[in-house]
Design a binder for this molecule. Structure first.
Ligand code: CA
Length: 228
């Protein structure tokens, strides 16, 4: 089972995260300070870390630096109320993989965790492993996609983009929102990657699947509605 270390000193947030993550099939271990976190992380059982920056004693950035310095390689997602660009830059320079500011939507956090793990839903939750929309089926565990029973070959990024659309069917998703969810901070400002990747998905899955909503973003639409 995928094991997530939650480094957080606010018990309210720890409880919220543990509940949500356990319901999504993850094992969790909380740590309220840097010393506890170091001991657990270096024990070798951790697949991903959610890291608060404002901790009592040694702060999250110092902890991150120390862990990476000791060869800890699992993905680290910083989860913090600090939204300053300096903290983000420092976090990435010290080896963080993603950065989310509080308050956050749990669903967004899950998408990012899965993107970082590239393994996704555990065997204890088999039904949640397959997302469907119309005749499209997306298996989160095997990372295979089919349309009308025909296998579709997607790159990792295309897969995550399609997964994001399928988690928000018929909902308009703005370009910025998609960048945040699918690319995290891994893109150039002013980048047209969303446009480009929506184009790839249309090419592979049919041009009507993703509708452009002018000035707003993109929306996954049922084939029948698109045909009207
Ligand atoms: Ca804190």
């Amino acid at each position: 089972m995928t094991h997530i270390l939650i480094v957080e000193d606010e018990s309210r947030i720890t409880t919220f995260l543990e509940k949500g993550l356990q319901a999504s099939g993850y094992a969790t271990t909380p740590a309220a300070n840097s010393d506890e976190a170091t001991a657990i992380a270096l024990d070798g059982q951790i697949d991903l870390v959610l890291l608060d920056l404002g901790l009592p004693g040694q702060n999250g950035l110092e902890l991150l630096k120390q862990l990476r310095g000791q060869g800890f390689q699992a993905p680290v997602i910083i989860l913090t109320a600090r939204s300053g660009i300096d903290d983000q830059v420092a976090g990435f320079e010290l080896g963080a993989d993603d950065y989310m500011t509080k308050p956050f939507r749990f669903e967004e956090l899950l998408v990012r965790i899965r993107a970082r793990l590239r393994t996704t839903v555990s065997a204890s939750e088999p039904n949640a492993a397959i997302l469907t929309f119309g005749d499209i089926a997306l298996n989160l565990r095997t990372r295979r996609v089919s349309a009308g029973g025909r296998p579709i070959d997607l790159s990792a990024r295309e897969f995550t983009l399609l997964e994001t659309f399928m988690r928000h069917p018929e909902q308009v998703l703005s370009r910025q929102h998609l960048l945040d969810l699918v690319w995290g901070y891994d893109y150039e400002p002013g980048s047209n990657v969303v446009y480009v990747y929506v184009g790839y998905l249309r090419k592979k899955l049919g041009s009507h699947l993703i509708e452009t909503v002018r000035g707003m973003g993109y929306r996954l639409v049922p084939t029948s509605a698109a045909a009207v």
